[in-house]
Design a protein around this ligand. Structure first.
Ligand SMILES: [Zn+2]
Length: 216
C-alpha cells in the first residue's frame, strides 16, 4: 500500500524559489483555512490555494511533479502558506460540501500539510520536528474542520411504560408502548481512518521528516 501513496513533501524554501511564489496565481482563499493556519502559526495567516489552471500554476505543477511538494512556506513571507491543488482542494471541499465528498485520504494529506506549513510559520525550521508537530496537532485541526472522534446519530427506540387507564369505574394499570427518536454519541469511524491515512503518509516521508520531537 505504501508505494501507492505519493510522499508528502512540505518544504521551507528560501531564495531561489521565492520569486515564483510572489508571481504565482494563488487564486483561492477561504477564511476557515486561514483561521486553522493562524491557530497553529500563532499569528494571522493567509492560506493561498493554487488552482489547476493558469500559466503560473503550470510552473507549480512542474515543481510538484519533480519533488512531490504539497505545501510551501517561505520564511520571507511569514503570513502566507501555499498549498498545491492536491492538498488544498480536499480542505475546500470539506468546508464547502462534506468530508465524504473530499475523500478521507485526500483530506488527511491536506490537513497534515496545512498544520505542517503552519508550524513552519510559527518558527519551526527542522523538518522532523515540524512534521512531529503536524502529526501531534492533526486531531485538533480535524476538529476545526468538523471531524470529531464521535458523532451523534438518531436511533429509533421503543419505550414501554405502565400507565393508568380508566376502565368503567375502575382505574387499571396497562402497558403502553411508543416509538421515540433518541440521539446517541457513537465512535466516528471516519476520524480513525483519517488518522490512519495521515500516519501512512507520514511514514512514506524521507528520513529528514521522521523521528522528530514536538515541544509545542
Ligand atoms: Zn516542511
Amino acid at each position: 500500500m505504501h508505494n501507492r501513496i505519493k510522499a508528502l513533501f512540505c518544504l521551507a524554501l528560501v531564495a531561489a524559489t521565492v520569486g515564483f511564489a510572489k508571481t504565482a496565481a494563488a487564486a483561492v482563499v477561504h477564511p476557515k483555512l486561514d483561521s486553522v493556519a493562524s491557530e497553529f502559526a500563532g499569528h494571522p495567516m493567509v492560506v493561498d490555494c493554487y488552482t489547476d489552471s493558469g500559466a503560473d500554476v503550470h510552473a507549480w505543477d512542474i515543481t510538484y511533479q519533480l519533488y512531490g511538494v504539497y505545501g510551501v512556506f517561505y520564511p520571507s513571507m511569514p503570513n502566507d502558506v501555499f498549498l498545491s491543488p492536491a492538498a488544498c482542494q480536499p480542505l475546500l471541499t470539506t468546508v464547502n460540501s462534506s468530508l465524504q465528498d473530499a475523500g478521507l485520504r485526500p483530506f488527511a494529506v491536506g490537513a497534515l500539510t496545512l498544520v505542517h506549513e503552519s508550524f513552519h510559520a510559527r518558527g519551526w525550521v527542522n523538518e522532523a520536528d515540524t512534521e512531529a508537530c503536524a502529526m501531534k496537532y492533526l486531531p485538533r485541526a480535524m476538529q476545526d474542520f468538523g471531524v470529531y472522534p464521535t458523532k451523534t446519530i438518531a436511533v429509533k427506540k421503543t419505550v414501554t411504560r405502565w400507565v393508568r387507564r380508566k376502565v368503567g369505574k375502575r382505574i387499571v394499570r396497562v402497558r403502553s408502548s411508543r416509538v421515540v427518536t433518541v440521539h446517541r454519541n457513537v465512535a466516528n469511524p471516519d476520524y480513525g481512518h483519517v488518522i490512519g491515512w495521515a500516519t501512512e503518509n507520514h511514514n512514506t516521508l524521507p528520513p529528514q521528516y521522521l523521528n522528530g520531537t514536538c515541544n509545542a
